[in-house]
Each structure stands twice: as structure tokens, then as C-alpha cells.
Design a protein around this ligand. Sequence first.
Ligand code: RUQ
Ligand code: CUA
Length: 655
Amino acid sequence: MKKITNFIAVFALAAIFTSCNQNDEGEKSGAMASSAAEKVYVSPGEHDEYYAFLSGGYSGNLTVYGLPSGRMLKEIPVFSQFPTNGYGYSEETKDMLKTSFGMVPWGDSHHPDISQTNGEIDGRWIFINENNTPRIARISLETFETEEIIEIPHSAGNHSSSYVTENTEYVVAGTRFSVPYPQRDMPIDEMKGNFKGPLTFIAVDDDGHMEIDFQVDMPGFNYDLSHPGRGESHGWFFFTTYNTEESHTMQEVNASQNDKDFIAAVNWKKISEYVENGGGEIMDAEYVHNVFDHDTQTTISTTKNEVLKVDPRDIPGAVFFMPTPKSPHGCDVDPSGEYIIGNGKLSSDLTVHSFSKMLDAIDNEEFDGDAYGIPVLKFESTLAGTVKDAGLGPLHTEFDDKGNAYTTFFISSEVVKWKVGSWEVLDRQPSYYSVGHLMISGGNSRKPDGKYMISLNKITKDRYLPTGPELEHSAQLFDISGDKMELLLDFPTHGEPHYAAAIKADKIKENSKKIYRLDENNHKYAALNEGETKMVREGNEVHVYMTTVRSHFAPDNLEGIHVGDKVYFHVTNLEQDFDVPHGFAVIGANTSELLIMPGQTKTITWEPKKPGVWPFYCTDFCSALHQEMQGYIRVSAEGANTPMKWGLDDEYTSN
Ligand code: RUQ
Ligand code: CUA
């Protein structure tokens, strides 16, 4: 009972904090508002200074915004089918969503992270994790398309992911929920000591290609968030844990019993050497790896059957636990790599660990016992300092280029700026409302930019016009170039923006792809000019090789299709101009429509149900004669013997 009372006390406090914040609104004087407006105004035709990539949370996708304007530039489909362009529906892309559980049409994406070279974000790719059916995706920042998705076996609630190391050697995927490892049928209340928390290290090669290198077999705690070391601490990775109680029920109470949980410090360099020298044990696994092959423009999906597991107790010096108060959520590393911040979400203080003190403590064996054979360092031995009474419910910390840190406080609904090293609080600004993550461009690197910060808020309430019971989540843009943070802009986000990553626009924009070259299109069913268009029957399957160009399809009249056929429309967009996609929609399609980029081929299937003459058309207003961009398909009854013929401008081919 007592534990429940304590718990309620925290939330009563929370209510007081939240309500006082909601009262100090309305301070925007005319002058302030107009200078803020100037700072976010990007005049018509001008470009934003930054690209910001916001996770879509339960949308499963990634959205792209321009900063400082807050204009949404694009939604990139990743883990969810996307009606706008047919991703996950078209024959070419549907296998991107294939998993060992079958096709999963809708995911939950959390933490985007941009690839790095020498500790600086480089704009080649962005990675993002799927939490529910554990996967990591890699998105090209040339095409803004998802190129690769790898499933993470033996993981559940893939949350402490997808952060990358300084040279993108690895992207990590840690399990949030501990589970039997490998999965097996067992009583839930025997969890303690029997569940595990595998942490997966995925190697990334020079082309971005991902392969699982090893899994570290960790005790059955919850691994919540993680960040790589950098500079001196490059070679290490840090993960927050909670539920070190290993409770399996009523976790809101039972997982909050220990005064301290841990930050796990993992020396991945050491483990990687161990693995290179033949260490580790191969274990059974089943996971699917999907790669979008640009040459054939088709997904290559492979099922893999094993993974290399390492037991950290076999590798001296590989893993240590640093006790960290109060169920820490975010695990953040400052730009120098010296400080590791544990954001103890049930606390009002922030705990900062020192990397160099940690190394000394390891050398001097300043241990406080062990957890399942993994040494636990003495709390005081690694402690660098505490940010006192900063707020209530700290979640995440980011850094600027001037030695300051910024921490979000969910319960007291604010962002607090503090000094790295002296731990003093410098400024605080309310967020509207209940901020989760925050983001500073390059915040997870050696070189953050100190210009803007966005807070990613969980609750929107009265900030926008009401749109029924559900409002989009909200981001708030702050100018952090001065001593005090200045709120500049609110803008709605799509889905739930757990985390975000931003990069200077000029690091990406010159490389952005404008077209796919037709002479590089090796799609199996491409028609590279109108002369190559045709219909081919194989039993009851009909393959239509079709092209599209302003402002017609070829062929645009098709006959000889019967009810009971399965028709594949392979549509190649012959355009070689920037920003001229064509669409394809056919009446009664149970699959999807298509949107085909210049030079690409995309395929949908259509199973006509009724005899008749049925239209198809282009769905993207592509030219002055877009409304004329249509055609007809004659469908005959099952068993009829209408011959196949297809053509354009009354010139038919038949067979
Ligand atoms: S979480 S609000 Cu998915 Cu990153 Cu912390
Ligand atoms: Cu093509 Cu409209």
C-alpha cells in the first residue's frame, strides 16, 4: 500500500507543476511576437536553413520539415503502408514490410539518427527503429526513400535504438521489454532471472548495407534508451535500464521500487574484437532482411536463421553497470564524450556520470557487487555531478555548441538549460504541453549547432483549432543562440514525434536526386519506350507493360482480359524531368493506386470482377492535358474468347 501512496504523491505534485505552467501563457508582447515572426519567416521561394526529420511514432513513418519555418516538406513511408505513393502496396515495395511474422502493414517508429563521419553528421542516411515488431530501417537522404529494413530477432519493444556510432560503424537496437531468449513457452511469473535483454549491434558498411554483427546477452531488465560514446569514449555505448526489479505485472508501481537502476556501459570495440577472433556462440534466430535494389527497383527479401550471441561475462572489461537514480529514461552523452546523463524520470535531479571517472573506477575495481555477474560500479565513483531540483520528470537532454545542456521535464512541462561542468540551472521555459524529446541539430554528435532547439510535445490541447477529440502533436521551435531560450513557433507534427534529427540543408540539398535514369532501369517488367509496351498472358495472369508520359498511357486501349484474370500493370514513367511523377488508378482496384517517379517502374495487381469497359487514369495533375490522361480496359466474361489486343491511337497489336 505504501508504495502506491508514494506513487500517487509524485503525480499530485505533477498536477501542480502542470497547472502553474498553463497559467503563465499570454506573455507575447507585440514587439516580441514580431521579432519571433521575423526569425521564422522564410519568404516565398526561399529555402529553409535546416532539414528536420521527425519520427512519426504510431504512424510508423518519418516526416521532413524545414526549419525555421516549420513547413512540412514530405512524409517518408518507412514501416507503414503509404497510400500517397503506394509504398508497401506495390509489388516492388510490399516486401519491405515483410517480417518473420508475415507482412506487418503498420509500425511504430521512434528515434531517427543521421549517419556520422568522424563524429559529425554527414547526411548520407538516416536510420529509424520500429518499436513493435523490432526492426531498423535505413533511409537514403539522396532519394528520401527507405532502402533497407532489418528485423531484430529475440528483441521486443525495440526502443533503445537506432543510434549510430561516430563513424557509423554500428547502429544499435536494444530491447525494451525483456523476454525469454530464445523465445519459449514458460510461466510469466517465472520471469525473474529467466528473461533476458539482448542488445543488438548492427554493422553498417560503406554503402550503408546493414548486417547484425552480434547480440549481447544482458540481464532481463528494460533497456530504454541509448547513446554512443564519442571522442575519448568512442568505442563505448551507454544504455539506460529500468525495471531492474524484473517485475512482470503492475509495473507502474512494481518497476519503481529500486532507488537506482543502471546505465549499462558497453565496450563494443572490445566485443567486436572478441567476435572477430572467433568469440561468441551461434544461436538460432529467424529474421527477415529487406533491401530495395535500385537496379531492378524491386525489394530483395531474405530470411536469415542465425545470430551470434556473446555472453558479456566471457569478455572481461566489456560491460559495467553504473547505478543511476529513479528509472532513468533518456541516456545522453555530451559533445566531448566525457559526460553521460541519466534522466531519472521519477526524480527532480539529473545524474551526470563521468567517463574518465568510470575508467578509473574500473581500473581500481571500485565495485558494489554485481548483477548477474556484471560488475556494478560504486555510484560515487562515477558521479560527475548532479543538476539539482531542475524540474520534475526529466526525460531527455541535448547539447549546444557552447557547453550548455537542455533537458526536458515531462511532468513540470518545461525545457531547462543548464551548464555542463558547473551543473547550474541557467534558464527554463515552459513547453505546451508535456514535452518528451527535444532536438538540437547535430545534438547527438561532436558538433551540435547552437541555433535552434525544438521541443516535441506529447499533449496539444488548446494550442490549435480543435479538430475533434484528436489533435496532432505539437513541436515548438526555440531560438537558443542567446542566454535565454526564446520561443519562436508552434507547428503541428504528424503522428507522434518521439525524437527528431536535423541537419544543415546544404549538407543534403545538392545531392538530392531529381530523377531515376531510364537507362539505368533494369526492372524486369520495364518498357523503356512505347515500342516495348505489350500484354503477355501466362495462364490467368496478364502482364501489362505500360508506359506513361505527358499526357497519355501506352497502350491506352486494352482488350482480351477476362473476369478471373489477375492483371499486373507494370507502369514505367518515361519522363526524365524533375518532379513529374504520374499516377495510375484503375476502377475497383483492391490493392492500391501508384505514383511513379520519372524513370521508375511500379506495379499493381488488379482482379476485375465484372465484364464491361473500365477506365483507368493518371491521378497526379501532371500537365494541362492531365484530365485527358486516361484509357479503357475491356473486360469480358469468364470463359469468353475475346482476343488480346492493345494499342494507342487506334494502332493495335494483338496475339
Ligand atoms: S521515447 S519521450 Cu520513444 Cu524516445 Cu522518450
Ligand atoms: Cu500524368 Cu496526370
